[in-house]
Every structure is written in structure tokens, then in C-alpha cells.
Design a protein around this ligand. Structure first.
Ligand SMILES: [Zn+2]
Ligand SMILES: [Zn+2]
Length: 260
């Protein structure tokens, strides 16, 4: 078991075999993906593979990650921004609140492994439906309670722009409704301020790109010829921006997986 794990044949849950039956395309686990991806530097690669051992997304403290990666906590801290800049991982703080809403510091950040691929822009009917979808998002933002029609239609227009640029509804709602502050002073201005902080493009989670069983079209990876499902346009490879098979040859050595 430890051997298979070391070679990323089995994912962190130790149950998921990579090849899942006849006629199914290979659905690699998070670690196989992390091992194949091109990280900014070798330490980043170790941290990414170690992080992937905890799954496509989750919560892990720096000590546990450092131990898994076989590097120091300082290295984990130093290389974290590299992985963020490379659009391989996103971190979100998890605040700990007391009963009366006071901030009591924070738990380990939540992480999501990212594919480096921006979501494709909307086209056709989805493009046309974006304003209605934006209106329904605005209606669900708890603190956005404005009486001015102008302010509301301006907000809808801004959100429409993000939707058409590939941002999923759920991600926008999380970004906008993250605060329960229902007395936002000048909600229109506050909304604009949040939207200005969002990246223009929505980088797809790695899990979505790698395991899109229900994605609309099947293409062959130009390198390994493996068929895979994708929503990406252009000429994606089986791992999104790279070939999972080609990267699998250069798996890093076993010490990284000493917990297994
Ligand atoms: Zn680095
Ligand atoms: Zn491939």
C-alpha cells in the first residue's frame, strides 16, 4: 500500500485507484495531478504534492504540511505565495468567532488546488441569461438592501460582467455575501469595492478540470492520446495545461510520503 501511495497510484484516501474500470478515461487523484504539474521550484513542488495528499481542497495546518512535505515550516510559509501566484492553490482564511461575533484569530486556512486555467467566457444563451442570473445573485446578497433603482441596476451590470467572464454563480455569491454585515453603509459602493478586489478571471479548481465526468465534450490529449472530458476550449491537454501521463515519469522520490 505504501508503495502504491508513494508512486501516486492511489490517492490520499488510499481507496481511489486511478484507473476506474473498462472504457473509463483515467481519473487521476489530486497527488497524481500535483506530481505532474509544473511548480515554480522544487520546494513548491514538494509542498504542492504534500498538500494534495490532503485532497483537492481542505484545511491543513502549516506544521502538518511541513512534515508531510519534509521541509521546514518556514519553507512552507516562504513558498506559499509562489504557489498562489502560480495559480496552483488558493487560500481562504477561516476566522474563529466568539458567540458575540468577536474575532478570535483564525484556524488553518482553507485551500483549493487550482488548475491555472481560467474558466471560459460565456457564449450564446448563457451570455444572454447572465443579467437575469446577476439579478438573482444580487437578491441573495444579504447586506445589499438598497432602495435606489439605479444602484441596483448598476450592481446587476457589474455582476453580469463577472458572470460573462466565466465566474460561476456560486463563487460570486460567496465572494459578495461573505460578510453578514447587514448595515453596509452605501451598499452600492461596498459592492463595487468587493468586485474590484476579485481577479478578472476565475481560475478553475484543479479537481474540476481533471475529473470532469459530465463536461460537454470529449477530446484526445495531444500528447498521450488519452480521451478526456473537458469544458476548456482551444487545445487543452489531459491535465488542463499539461499532460498527466508525461509528468508521471518524473514523480519525485518517496521521502515526501513518509506518513504513508
Ligand atoms: Zn517556491
Ligand atoms: Zn495527456
Amino acid at each position: 500500500m505504501a508503495h502504491l501511495f508513494a508512486h501516486a497510484r492511489i490517492d490520499a484516501d488510499r481507496r481511489t485507484p486511478l484507473a476506474n474500470g473498462i472504457g473509463q478515461p483515467l481519473l487521476p487523484g489530486a497527488q497524481a495531478w500535483a506530481a505532474a504539474v509544473i511548480a515554480p521550484d522544487p520546494t513548491c513542488a514538494r509542498c504542492l504534492i504534500a498538500l494534495a495528499a490532503f485532497g483537492w481542497a481542505g484545511q491543513v495546518d502549516e506544521m502538518a504540511l511541513a512534515e508531510m512535505a519534509g521541509v521546514s515550516v518556514r519553507s512552507v510559509q516562504r513558498h506559499r505565495p509562489h504557489l498562489v501566484r502560480a495559480e496552483l492553490v488558493a487560500f481562504t482564511p477561516v476566522p474563529v468567532k466568539s458567540d458575540n461575533g468577536r474575532n478570535l484569530g483564525s484556524k488553518p486556512h482553507r485551500y483549493t488546488l487550482l488548475s491555472q486555467f481560467p474558466a471560459p467566457r460565456l457564449t450564446g444563451a448563457a451570455w444572454d441569461q447572465a443579467p437575469a442570473q446577476a439579478a438573482s445573485i444580487i437578491d441573495r446578497v444579504r447586506w445589499f438592501t438598497t432602495t435606489s433603482r439605479d444602484e441596483r441596476s448598476l450592481a446587476i451590470r457589474s455582476v453580469t460582467w463577472f458572470l460573462r467572464n466565466g465566474w460561476p454563480e456560486r463563487a460570486l455569491l460567496i465572494a459578495l455575501d461573505h460578510t453578514e454585515d447587514r448595515q453596509a453603509y452605501a451598499p452600492g459602493g461596498y459592492l463595487a469595492k468587493i468586485l474590484r478586489k476579485l481577479p478578472v478571471e476565475y481560475i478553475l479548481p484543479a479537481e474540476e478540470v481533471v475529473t470532469q465526468r459530465t463536461a460537454p465534450h470529449v477530446v484526445d490529449c495531444p500528447i498521450c492520446k488519452t480521451p478526456f472530458r473537458t469544458t476548456l476550449t482551444g487545445h487543452p491537454l489531459c491535465g488542463g495545461g499539461f499532460c498527466l501521463e508525461a509528468g508521471a515519469d518524473s514523480l519525485p522520490a518517496a521521502p515526501i510520503f513518509k506518513i504513508a
